[in-house]
Design a protein around this ligand. Sequence first.
Ligand code: IDP
Ligand code: MG
Length: 158
Amino acid sequence: MVRPALTMASIAERTFIAIKPDGVQRGLVGEIIKRFEQKGFKLVAMKFMHASEDLLREHYIDLKDRPFYPGLVEYMHSGPVVAMVWEGLNVVKAGRVMLGETNPADSKPGTIRGDFCIQMSRNIIHGSNSVENAEIEINLWFTPDELVDYTCCEHEWI
Ligand code: IDP
Ligand code: MG
């Protein structure tokens, strides 16, 4: 049997996922983590935290000139979030597909935003939109020692 070549770089791709304050308040933490686990991605880091306004302003710095930027920072600061790093083949792209579109109204049923929310300004989850941004966001939210290095038995088997 010829197996498709999987390079370490592609398997080890990482994305930054955050369950926003409304996702936490609505009790969707377990459901969201379950979806990433069931898909086959590997959890690398996770913390439950009330993010500072400085961190959130920096996280959304690309949107600083948009009219909704102050409200977005306020929303993200309104309660605790679950910040996570997930790893796996094409995890950035696959994560975005799992999230759905920015506007829940455009998100298909079966996606997280398609299944659990209705408003763009309360869309329960964040996911990096490129490999480059994932790296920036991971470095912004986590210190290197918070990224846990371990072997996942499932991955050894695959
Ligand atoms: P994304 O989260 O799907 O990557 P972005 O365009 O990066 O979408 O926007 C970041 C976040 O800002 C969105 O998830 C959403 O919460 C919020 N947002 C985006 N566009 C609007 C808008 O037009 N009105 C209010 N909030 C918005
Ligand atoms: Mg974005």
